[in-house]
Structure formats: structure tokens, C-alpha cells
Ligand binder design. Structure first.
Ligand code: ADP
Ligand code: MG
Length: 405
């Protein structure tokens, strides 16, 4: 067990919970217990030495909601969680949980539970003892401990494992115990730090759904951080995209996906990532076109409003899934195919629109993919409403409606 986990296990304490009203809720018995908390962070700054890590982060998580903070490795996600938990002190800014300013409060008084990537289980204790450990430390009555363990283990499918040691369990089972240890605390804020990253892909998908299901049963306010955009998209009520110690965009996952505010957000969310080519704006026959890098496509002028000027340099963004095989329609681009990855129900054609241009990926439906061969050319169109434009120098979207932070 690493220092952080030990420190956290004893540091994060939850005051004993109020008596639970049973049977009145349509949710599970456990759902009667959580006291949900709104969590508000304002202007959080943190440096290690002279290196700024968090550069003014604002986050507002409504009661009972599932917030996901997503960003590349090293952008400061864990540091922010540790600041919320009180394991790290911010240089500037404030943290408020359930309308209490906890900025200077020790971790044990904050009423938060944290689940770590490393599971952080005590190797010499059984599952039951691991679940009970924190509660015993806090003097929770044995009958209450037994009740909470029973609730959590039935929710997480741990009933048959309570007598086992962590070394005798799979990664997925250990991860469930780690979640169970957070659940028995009946905290009013749950923090998850990349809890699925040690699991294999199939299990990750399964536990991901379990985590969301658990949240929907418990209704507990949750802040979940991950570098995985699929986890972020599928779990979040509200998504916060972080880059280099600042939040670049927040919003409902699909809004952020459809209206990315910056080139960074646009390429970070979505797999395979959005294609980008450099071009200019042209006005022809009363219609605005984006032209460059082998793409010539009408755009949705309403979306870009005042940003449209003839000859303006733009980065043109099209997601692989937004290309369609042209058929009889006028092609917006012609893809010279290098490789086709056929996945069964769809395929990804990799290639170039121009010899000197960047590599492009277009998603094809299976029946088109059957006919696509390396070396062939595929004529593609794109729905003008699906064309993204960015300022090449600032990287910001020209879309007037792209949701702002
Ligand atoms: P993430 O969780 O997004 O991957 P972290 O919050 O762990 O990022 O780290 C952000 C940056 O801060 C990284 O560059 C990391 O090396 C640095 N860092 C994290 N903790 C410390 C520390 N205790 N001392 C010095 N640098 C740190
Ligand atoms: Mg981290």
C-alpha cells in the first residue's frame, strides 16, 4: 500500500450517518442514506516548486450529479482531487462542500470518500475487514458496520467474497471492494481517480456501467476523473475538459462533443479523433465554403455568424463519422485509401485527400467497406452542419454557439 492510500484511509473520515428512513424510497435502502452535497471550487491554483500545475480551476458540481473531469495525463486531475479531499493544499482559491468552506479543513472533517486507481486495499485484511476498517477507526457501532457491509456487498456482488484476501481476487473484484469501502462511508461527496485504468478493456466497459448504475441508485454527488474520453462521455452528467491546469470547456457530454470550443477539445473527444486540415473561407454563388487540404464544403453560415470573412484562414474539422460516401452527391473530398480497418458493423478508411496533406480517417458503413481497397479513391461528402471551423492561431472555435466555460 502506498503512502497516499494509508494517509487517505485514516485521513478521510465521515461523521456517523443519521438513521436511515427505510422503505419509503423507490431507490435501494442505501439510497436513503447519502446526504448529497454541492461541491464548488473557485480559482484553484497550485504549483509544485515553480511549476504551475493548476492555473485557476473553477468547478461547480450540483447536488447528486455525476461530474467527470477529463484530460490528458499530467494535466492536474489527481492534484485537483487531492485538493478537494484535503490531501493537498491549494496555493489559492477555495473549496466548498455542502455549503461549508472546507479550504482549510483537515481531510477527516470534509465528509468525502475517495476511490484510487491503485485500489489501496490492505493486503493482510479480508474483504470484510477492509470494508470495516475505516468505520471501526471512526467508532461506528458494530451493528451499523455489519449493516453497511451487507448493503454494499449486495450492491456490488461481493457476498461470496467477504472472507477472501485481496491477493485471491481478480482486478475487477478488488476494484469493487475499493468502491465498497467508499460506499460504506455514506459520504456526501465521492471522488474517483481513474478507478478503471488497471482493468482490461472488457472489464472496464462492464465496471463502467456498474459505476453509473451505482450512482443512479445512490444519487451521491460524484467527481470522477479520467483520461479516457469514452468513460467521460458515457458516465458524465456534466463533463469538464481540462488541459494544462485549466478547464477548457464544460457542458453536457453530447453538447461538448458536437460543439467543441477549441481544437484541443475537438480532437480530445471522439475516437478516432477529428480530422483537421488547413484552409480558407470562400464565398461562391452566395454560399460560404471552407476550402483547403483537399476539402471543399459548404458550411452552416448561421453557426459561424460574424466570424465569416472572405479569405480568412481556418482549420477545418470533420469527424471520421461525419463523412459519408458521396454516391450521386457532389463530393466534398476524395480519399485515396491506404488502409481499411474493418470492424464488422463499420470500418475506418485511412488515407490522404492530397499527396502532401495530413492523414485522414473516414468511417464507412460495412457495405461500403467491402468494396474499399488500398489504392482506390472514395468520394466523400459531409453535412455542412457537421463542419467545424477553428481559428488557426488561437485554436478557438468560430462557432458562436460553442458552449463557453
Ligand atoms: P493527472 O492526474 O492529470 O495525470 P497529476 O495531477 O497527477 O496529473 O500531475 C500533474 C503534474 O504535476 C504532473 O506533471 C506531475 O508530474 C506533477 N506532480 C504531481 N504531484 C507532484 C508532487 N507531489 N511534486 C511535484 N510534482 C508533482
Ligand atoms: Mg492522475
Amino acid at each position: 500500500m502506498d503512502d497516499v492510500s494509508l494517509q487517505t484511509e485514516s485521513a478521510l473520515r465521515v461523521p456517523s450517518s443519521p438513521a436511515h428512513a427505510a422503505g419509503t424510497s423507490t431507490k435501494s435502502a442505501v439510497a436513503a442514506s447519502p446526504r448529497q452535497a454541492r461541491c464548488v471550487m473557485r480559482g484553484i491554483e497550485k504549483s509544485y516548486g515553480t511549476l504551475p500545475i493548476l492555473r485557476g480551476v473553477d468547478l461547480d458540481i450540483p447536488e447528486g450529479s455525476f461530474a467527470v473531469l477529463v484530460g490528458p495525463s499530467g494535466c492536474g486531475k489527481s492534484t485537483l482531487l487531492r485538493v478537494v479531499a484535503g490531501l493537498e493544499t491549494a496555493d489559492r482559491g477555495s473549496v466548498e462542500i455542502a455549503q461549508r468552506d472546507v479550504t482549510r479543513m483537515p481531510p477527516r472533517d470534509r465528509d468525502v470518500a475517495m476511490v484510487f486507481q491503485s485500489y489501496a486495499l490492505y493486503p493482510h485484511l479480508t474483504v470484510r475487514e477492509n470494508l470495516a476498517f475505516g468505520l471501526k477507526l471512526r467508532g461506528v457501532a458494530p451493528a451499523e458496520i455489519a449493516k453497511r457491509i451487507a448493503e454494499a456487498s449486495s450492491m456490488l456482488g461481493l457476498d461470496g467474497l467477504l472472507g477472501r484476501l485481496p491477493k485471491d481476487m481478480s482486478g475487477g473484484q478488488r476494484q469493487r471492494v475499493a468502491m465498497g469501502r467508499a460506499i460504506v462511508r455514506h459520504a456526501n461527496l465521492y471522488l474517483f481517480d481513474e478507478p478503471l485504468s488497471n482493468l482490461d478493456a472488457a472489464l472496464r466497459a462492464e465496471v463502467r456501467v456498474e459505476i453509473r448504475r451505482l450512482h443512479d441508485r445512490l444519487d451521491a454527488t460524484t467527481l470522477y476523473v479520467t483520461h479516457d474520453q469514452v468513460e467521460a462521455m458515457t458516465l458524465a452528467d456534466t463533463l469538464w475538459v481540462m488541459n494544462g491546469g485549466v478547464v477548457e470547456q464544460r457542458g453536457a457530454p453530447l453538447d461538448v462533443y458536437e460543439r467543441p470550443r477549441s481544437r484541443f477539445v475537438a480532437t480530445f473527444l471522439g475516437s478516432p479523433q477529428m480530422n483537421l486540415v488547413e484552409g480558407v473561407l470562400v464565398r461562391r454563388d452566395g454560399q460560404w465554403l471552407a476550402d483547403g487540404g483537399g476539402i471543399v464544403t459548404p458550411i452552416d453560415d448561421e453557426r459561424f455568424g460574424g466570424a465569416l470573412t472572405e479569405g480568412r484562414a481556418v482549420s477545418i474539422g470533420v469527424r471520421p463519422h461525419d463523412f459519408e460516401v458521396a454516391g450521386t452527391a457532389k463530393a466534398a473530398a476524395t480519399l485515396r485509401v491506404e488502409i481499411v480497418e474493418a470492424l464488422g458493423f463499420e470500418a475506418f478508411a485511412h488515407g490522404w485527400l492530397r499527396a502532401s496533406g495530413p492523414r485522414i480517417i473516414a468511417r464507412l458503413e460495412a457495405h461500403h467497406a467491402r468494396r474499399a481497397r488500398a489504392g482506390e479513391a472514395i468520394a466523400l461528402t459531409v453535412d455542412p452542419a457537421r463542419v467545424h471551423l477553428f481559428d488557426p492561431s488561437t485554436g478557438l472555435s468560430l462557432d458562436a454557439h460553442a458552449s463557453r466555460v
